[in-house]
Design a protein around this ligand. Sequence first.
Ligand code: FES
Ligand SMILES: [Fe+2]
Length: 391
Amino acid sequence: METGTQPRTQLSESLMPTLPGHHYADPEIFASEQARIFEKYWFAAVRTADLPAAGNFRTVQVGRESVLVVRDRKGNLGAFLNVCRHRGAQLCAEPTGSLRNAVRCPYHAWTYGLDGKLIAAPNLETMPDVDRSAYGLNKVALREWLGVAWVCLADEPPSFSETVIGAVTARLGDAEIIDAWQIDKLELGKRITYEVKANWKLIIENFMECYHCATIHPELTEVLPEFADGFAAQYFVGHGAAFGEDVQGFTVDGGAGAPKLETVTDEHDRRYYAITVNPQVFINLVPDHVILHRMYPVAADRTIVECDWLYAPEVVASGQDLTKSVELFHRVNQQDFDACERCQRATLSRSYRDGGVLVPSEHHIGAFHEWVRTQLWPDELTEGAQFDTVM
Ligand code: FES
Ligand SMILES: [Fe+2]
């Protein structure tokens, strides 16, 4: 035992170890996660409805790369590395905006079509040997699902159906169930962007368990009484947490929300489903809306979380007051992120050098830890790298 540190406690069967504290704070480990997780898996980059017209773009940090997502003249979304093929200037510095017909590099004016093709460059005609088709923007794989453009930087992206859709299947028992919410047709009622001073893994771990619900989520446990028991009701495949008897809607005071989405069946009415899609998306389904979280990890100790509240188009168009509906999960977010920040501040304490422990209702988080370790150190761990998709 080193002076001033705690000896590693022998764990009982009820307790499993977490990751060591420095895994949440070490910039080198974060850099490995950027390379081996965020640049390898499908990453929910942008809501497609945020880019409605040709030329609309958004730049998104994915791992160590800036990715430009842009809608072309044909209406298709494309994703490209945001780097000029001439001398490497970053093309679009703004997080979002609109291009006219092309992406023009601000340095020497190489100009690319909205489909990424090199269409012009000063003096290009004096270089007839240059094959301009070889100097288009480098493409990034893109898939649209649930109204989201998912991008992947891997040379050979993992199967979208196994990783992204598979996470939904694992949670709901059948991926087609989510179709009832028609998420791609919903409209934005509210977006709140949170800057969380915590490691992305703390945010995922927190979302995966409900042991904390009774302590920090008074409003949520009023609406979903089974969450007060501390056991992650989401642990059971296909189970949705039932609304309390007197609860009318998923709102901060349990009062009525919007009408149930027409295509959501009675079986899923008055229930809440939470889904984690590895490594940065949470989907929350309730009868009248969807709450979609996308995490953008920016440093070992900092994560931007963009949270969208999505409703039926007619609800948004009606101008209905959604304040109480939004307020419930906004409070949950604040309560959760405060807790994550509280943990982050202690990650480098000698007390947490070896990490902490998981109680039985949190044991499924151990599978997430193993999944992370397997991505970072594939030679050291070979089995059991399942990623549980429970709250
Ligand atoms: S770096 Fe882009 S045109 Fe020169
Ligand atoms: Fe929570």
